[in-house]
Design a protein around this ligand. Structure first.
Ligand code: DP6
Length: 351
């Protein structure tokens, strides 16, 4: 493990309240499978969302016995507090003051809990940012770049994909020779000069096909890759996918982008179907929507496509400011009916 983030021994702690906000993200090349200490089995790349965020305020009462109390949208969440307590104990070596007080953490998401949008990514991102703000006052200033990188490093230890939420734009986590400076320990922004303009203005509309508890948590899902007979091939493919992705991002090749992104999403779900025990994370509505999107593209040639997280909801992706009329009407008349309550969360990726 790295020693670069191990905190300085000298610090004076004081009672403080800090607030931070962090968005969620949606992966294009997926992280699915990990080793000890939150080391990803393959590199991944994601878009950071602009609207779906977690806002967190952290009150640190110095000198009290270490404890954590958490409130989600005003309601006390004991299970979440236990998780954060464990997390803080785990990162003490990187923030030596962290166990020397009591925490009251108030957090709220700007998106519905049931949406399947990764609240662990925005949640741990916001907590890591709050911790770095406290660290700044206790141990002295480090540069803004270094602080962000350490926040990404700490967020990863809470939830892998969270480390990508610290930066805006297209973000890479996991070492790949295709991206200079990439690391298994923290995320880095994909170089802006290597991104075609068409990929800097994108939409992600999440169709809420199924609202409710996911049938499998990410932690269990990652664990199932340990015994999946196709896992090594999958990790290799994800690594290989960075080669075409790099070309696509540079040249603005939308057709190849669509093919690659949809393939990644379907591969993630295929892995779950081939796990032991097996999980089918799609619902009937997910399949209906996918087939309709494919028909729509065949008929119109318009760049409307999808990605999926480890759940049934469909992330509709399309470039540009507002959807052109044909896309908007198609979504409203053909796709929304497959959601549970006409549920859609509209986000953008603009940078
Ligand atoms: C399907 O980051 O939620 O969203 O590290 O166990 O917290 P943990 O898992 P998590 O996994 C996210 C997986 C994914 C794909 C991705 O975001 O790359």
């Amino acid at each position: 493990m790295t020693t670069q983030f191990i905190g300085k021994p000298d610090f004076t702690i004081s009672t403080q309240t800090v607030s931070e906000s962090c968005p969620s993200n949606i992966a294009l090349i997926k992280y699915w499978g990990k080793y000890a200490d939150q080391i990803p089995a393959n590199p991944s790349i994601s878009y950071t969302l602009n609207h779906c965020k977690t806002n967190t305020s952290m009150e640190f009462i110095a000198g009290e016995t270490f404890s954590v109390q958490t409130f989600l949208a005003g309601n006390e969440e004991v299970k979440f507090a236990e998780k954060i307590e464990k997390y803080f104990r785990n990162i003490e070596q990187y923030l030596p003051w962290i166990l020397q007080g009591k925490y009251i953490i108030r957090t709220e998401n700007t998106f519905p809990h049931s949406s399947g949008i990764a609240s662990s990514a925005s949640g741990f991102g916001a907590i890591a940012k709050c911790l770095m703000k406290l660290d700044d006052t206790f141990t002295g200033k480090i540069s803004e770049d270094e602080s962000l990188r350490k926040a990404s490093f700490l967020a990863r230890l809470g939830s892998g994909s969270a480390c990508r939420s610290l930066y805006n734009g297209l973000i890479v986590w996991g070492e790949t020779e295709e991206v200079e400076g990439s690391s298994d320990l923290f995320a880095v922004p994909y170089p802006d000069t290597e991104i075609h303009e068409v990929f800097k203005n994108f939409n992600d509309w999440v169709l809420l096909i199924h609202e409710g508890q996911k049938s499998v948590s990410s932690t269990v899902g990652h664990g199932l890759m340990k015994t999946n007979p196709y896992a090594e091939r999958r990790f290799q493919e994800a690594r290989e996918n960075f080669v075409p992705m790099k070309e696509i991002l540079k040249t603005g090749d939308m057709d190849r982008f669509i093919k690659l992104v949809e393939h990644e999403a379907l591969t993630l779900h295929a892995m779950m179907m081939m796990s032991e025990p097996a999980f089918i994370l799609m619902k009937t509505g997910t399949l209906e929507v996918i087939n309709k999107i494919w028909d729509f593209r065949r008929e119109t040639g318009l760049p409307l496509f999808f990605t999926l997280d480890a759940g049934a909801n469909v992330h509709l992706l399309f470039p540009g400011d507002d959807p052109e009329d044909q896309i908007r009407v198609f979504i409203e008349t053909e796709l929304l009916r497959h959601t549970q309550k006409n549920g859609v969360v509209k986000d953008v990726m603009r940078f």
